[in-house]
Design a protein around this ligand. Structure first.
Ligand SMILES: [Zn+2]
Length: 119
């Protein structure tokens, strides 16, 4: 399952950042997932919940920001959004465009950290 390894590396990255910031727990994680990244948001959500058990992210909320595919059309000299599942053609002039500007993202966008004072 591809999403499980994605979830594990996100957790690892988030924990490293939280430790560096001196946080004790992570309240929420926001990730950007492009339509071409090959990650299914629902599957990632599920994998994250399972993989975060026993980590600083246990119970944390995973917010997934889905990014549509954007291509650059050399004919129109403009960036165009392409509906998912369509071949990469400019929706305006129907020209084939292989110049993908957005949609392959798979990245950590932000973290909400908690720092508890220890007595
Ligand atoms: Zn075009």
């Amino acid at each position: 399952m591809h999403e499980l390894s994605v979830a594990l590396s996100l957790i690892e990255l988030a924990e490293a950042e939280a430790k560096q910031a001196g946080a004790t727990h992570i309240e929420s994680v926001r990730v950007r997932v492009g339509a071409l990244s090959g990650v299914v948001p629902e599957a990632l959500q599920f994998a994250f919940e399972a993989a975060s058990e026993g980590t600083m992210l246990e119970g944390a909320k995973l917010e997934i920001e889905e990014l549509p595919i954007r291509i650059f059309c050399p004919h129109c000299h403009a960036e165009r959004e392409v509906p998912a599942g369509f071949i990469l053609r400019c929706p305006v002039c129907n020209e084939f465009c292989g110049d993908i500007r957005q949609g392959k993202e798979l990245e950590l966008a932000s973290l909400t950290l908690l720092t508890e004072e220890r007595p």
